[in-house]
Design a protein around this ligand. Sequence first.
Ligand SMILES: [Ca+2]
Ligand SMILES: [Ca+2]
Length: 188
Amino acid sequence: MSREQIIINMETNKDSKTNLPPVAPCPDPMTVTLTAEQSNVVTADFNAAQLANYQGELGYNSPNKAYAHTFEWKPKTRCCQVTKAVLKVELKAIQRGASPKSADSGNDRIAIVSSGGVSIPPFNEPVYDPNGTFPIPAGTLATKIWSLQGSDLNKLNTAHTLSFFVQDDSSVLSATLVLTICCLDKIG
Ligand SMILES: [Ca+2]
Ligand SMILES: [Ca+2]
């Protein structure tokens, strides 16, 4: 390749073989796993009713108490972007659920919430499959694995937080948020 050709390629920033802009690998990729071992709640993400009756302990075992948690992450540098986020929550019915509409574990829901408790679609759903077999006994397990998108990723990239809320006869056994992050410079 001639010196001129190299300069042209540098100027146009195109691959000399494909003539396409090069696909730049992330210069500083990382994965961060956040857990809910430590209770943390950003109250602005919840409404008054939610804040009036919640706790933040994993494995809590008394009914009629909701669960709230806010994950928070800190960008390593100014130019870090969450490109992927997977929330996994393991739950257990503290009391039996008679039907999908009964005021026991049967009607419990789990939702990602923001700004005064507004849920961010599509992640607002029953804890236990409403089309499954009822009644469900106490101790019934459920697992949610949600790959976040749209507003949830935006929230992680602007506020650097993500909150979720669980009603009120189900125990949260574990909750993890795995973030795939790309940082554009390595200057701490
Ligand atoms: Ca209840
Ligand atoms: Ca309930």
